[in-house]
Ligand binder design. Structure first.
Ligand code: F6R
Length: 620
């Protein structure tokens, strides 16, 4: 939510800031702005709407300088307008601030400042920070920021610049992420590493409640009292090219197609096909000990990551024999959860920064649970707060709708389940070998599943006119039905519901008529006959079906009529009694992602940046 970038160095700051904002735009796109020190003062350029509007402003009214800050906004306080766009300025115009987060006590602070004669110009909570810091400014932005930060309540990452100190930027954070990028002759701030990969792979993650000061050739971090705080530099190995569209029309489409690679990389080096064991030694002995002791798994996550948890529940119970449940992180701490001894909380978060997930982790920990994080971002906040982290290797995910991060999360959880199953004796070596051999085949089968893209595009020609969709699945396909519905909703704005197929007769069946497409997930496996009966119930009421079936399943074809659509995906066979379909979600989710993509495209939606959403949700 909101993207921040800052630069100090020998080059022209403006193009660097704009490029950084382009890479951060997935965090919010309600407005954008930059400020640079030019001559003796600060020049600001801001525009409502997407970054291209700011670029147009910069074309007619260029600014340049060697130090500056930029911001792309996801509105919380105040509508998306030019005046509410960051950077915000103090009354003198010599100090500016960019902010990600929410200042909860801004009204209180504002009243105080207004009483002192300060005139506010915007409806935002952020403006109060500019005036507050300015009120304490006596020649040191660092000291004024430290003093003001002590009075702020809420969550924030802030970067400040003062015309009187044109060689430095000052930052502080509590909650939302902020990294320092270390270049050859320049230093940067950004909300995440992706914004800076074109400039450096060397990063320092700024600890909470500290003050970070960057100059062209240096970084200093101090605590609230001004005492130097030690920090560690980390090298991020993501390839900057991964964060480009690579010839695809949208990031989402590219990321859908990257899934075989993302799953392969997540599995790579962690499976021993000879012994049937999973190797997670990279997590360190402490984390492994925590996992081995788990008697119950509690997944905590939001949105698509929550769906990965629901799939993981099946893996844990069926493969490891360990009871598992999945909670919305945003609900967990509001219901006095009972966290028994032996509960291992597994927090799943692509970004590693989701505020609700972090809050739920803290709640679980305060109740005595050990916490493991599954995340795509090395060094992110969840990794810092957990007892151990299992990284997915999906590479940067830029499309706001999550795709490759989801299947990579499912792969990581599958590894964790086989690991636990083997350690706890629930899986024999033969069963372990069998499961791992099947997992190793998954990327290839996902590749094959992607060949339905042309057919799905064709189907979207008529489906995009529908106003509602129902997605049905049973067992491990039920979370995939939920995921299919979420993907469609978020990027096409078409209402969709995911339902466990067996529940249809308890209510949603009343919705069925010829105008409601029903997407049914029918791969071979345990629930096959039952869901086929549900499909017949839909047909009997004139409903139209989009069936996702296994290649060569002629039986389903006999049930369906010529008005229905059939998408074939390969079966993911596992030769372990009772769990033959357990890994089928890896392939059945692919046509649903493609369906959402093509329907949204036909409906004229902005696929990579759907309205009202942001990739990284750092507010509760
Ligand atoms: C949907 C989507 C969101 C995220 C959710 C959690 O496509 O991307 O539902 O899954 O906001 O985000 P992370 O995984 O970063 O915690």
């Amino acid at each position: 939510m909101c993207g921040i970038v800052g630069y100090v160095g020998p080059r022209d700051a403006t193009p660097i800031l704009v490029d950084g904002l382009r890479r951060l735009e997935y965090r919010g796109y309600d407005s954008a702005g930059v400020a640079v020190i030019a001559g003796n003062g600060i020049e600001r350029r801001r525009a409502p709407g997407k970054l291209r509007n700011l670029e147009a402003v910069l074309e007619t009214s260029p600014v340049s300088g060697h130090i500056g800050v930029g911001h792309t906004r996801w509105a919380t306080h105040g509508r998306p307008s030019e005046e509410n766009a960051h950077p915000h300025s103090d009354v003198s115009g010599r100090l500016v601030v960019v902010h990600n987060g929410i200042i909860e006590n801004y009204l209180e602070l504002k009243e105080r400042l207004v009483a002192q004669g300060v005139v506010f110009e915007t409806e935002t909570d952020t403006e109060v920070v500019a005036h507050l810091v300015a009120s304490y400014y006596e020649g040191s932005l660092e000291q004024a920021t430290a003093r003001a930060a002590g009075e702020l309540r809420g969550i924030y990452s802030l970067v400040l610049m003062h015309a009187g100190e044109p060689d430095r930027l000052v930052a502080t954070r509590l909650g939302p992420p902020l990294v320092v990028g270390i270049g050859e002759d320049a230093h940067f701030f950004a909300s995440d590493v992706q914004a800076l990969l074109a400039h450096t792979r060397r990063f320092v993650f700024i600890p909470e409640r500290t003050i970070a000061v960057i100059q062209a050739g240096s970084l200093r971090i101090v605590d609230a009292q001004g005492k130097p705080e030690p920090f560690r530099e980390e090298t991020i190995l993501w390839d900057p090219v991964q964060a480009e569209k690579g010839g695809y029309r949208h990031f989402m489409l590219k990321e859908i197609h990257e899934q075989p690679r993302a799953v392969r990389d997540t599995l790579l080096g962690r499976m021993s096909l000879d012994t049937g064991d999973v190797h997670l030694e990279e997590m360190g002995p402490q984390a492994l000990a925590v996992i081995e002791k788990a008697e119950r798994i509690q997944f905590l996550a939001c949105g698509t990551s929550w769906h990965a948890g629901l799939v993981g529940q099946f893996f844990m119970e069926q493969l490891a024999g360990v009871p598992a449940s999945t909670d919305y992180a945003s609900e967990f701490r509001y219901r006095d959860p009972v966290v028994s001894k032996g509960t291992l909380v597994v927090a799943i978060s692509q970004s590693g920064e989701t505020a609700d997930t972090l809050a739920a982790m803290r709640e679980a920990r305060s109740r005595g649970a050990s916490v493991l994080a599954i995340t795509n971002v090395a060094g992110s906040q969840v990794t810092r707060e957990a007892d151990g982290a299992l990284l997915t290797h999906a590479g940067p995910e830029i499309g706001v709708a999550s795709t490759k991060a989801f299947t990579a999360q499912v792969a990581a959880i599958a590894l964790l389940a086989v690991f636990l199953g083997r350690r706890k004796g629930a899986l024999s070596a033969a069963a372990g070998r069998n499961l791992l051999a099947s997992l190793a085949r998954v990327p290839q089968l996902m590749d094959h599943a992607l060949s339905c893209a042309g057919l799905v595009e064709e189907m979207s020609r008529s489906l995009f006119k529908a106003t509602d969709f129902l997605f049905l699945g049973r067992g491990v396909q039920y979370p995939i039905a939920l995921e299919g519905a979420l993907k469609l909703k978020e990027i096409s704005y078409i209402h969709a519901e995911g339902y466990p197929a067996g529940e249809m007769k308890h209510g949603p069946i009343a919705l069925i008529d010829e105008s409601l497409p029903v997407v049914a997930l029918i791969p071979r496996g345990r629930g096959y006959d039952k869901i086929l009966s549900n499909v017949q119930e839909v047909k009997a009421r004139g409903g139209r079906v989009v069936a996702v079936i296994n290649v060569g399943d002629d039986h389903v074809r006999k049930v369906l009529g010529k008005d229905d659509w059939i998408i074939e995906v390969p079966g993911v066979e596992v030769d372990v009694l009772g769990v033959s379909e357990i890994f089928s979600p890896f392939v059945t989710v692919i046509p649903l992602q493609l369906l959402a993509y093509h329907v949204a495209l036909r409906a004229g939606r902005d696929v990579d940046q759907p309205r009202n959403l942001a990739k990284s949700v750092t507010v509760e």
